[in-house]
Design a protein around this ligand. Structure first.
Ligand code: FES
Length: 84
């Protein structure tokens, strides 16, 4: 039986590696967001304050999803909350 790697989906944070960017405007990767959450930044607002993610304005041009990264940040917050 052959296993094929799952294609990367930029709108599904579970398929992204730690080094993959979540915020393309500010260049904040998944690990940085996860570390912030694990250190107590458990809202979009506190993630913005601690990492700078989701504070850019070039989302349409830089983000492969063509929009702001807030959806992916909220998904990571949910994933971590469900992991506890
Ligand atoms: S992709 Fe995060 S602010 Fe634009």
């Amino acid at each position: 039986m052959k296993f094929f790697a799952q294609p990367k989906r930029y709108d599904d944070v579970t398929t992204l590696s730690d080094e993959d960017l979540i915020c393309y405007c500010i260049e904040v990767d998944k690990k940085t967001i996860l570390d912030a959450i694990r250190n107590g930044a458990t809202t979009l607002s506190t993630i913005k304050e601690t990492t700078g993610a989701c504070t850019g304005n070039e989302c349409k041009r830089l983000n492969p999803n063509g929009r702001c990264c807030s959806k992916e940040i909220n998904a990571l917050i949910q994933l971590e909350a469900n992991d506890v």
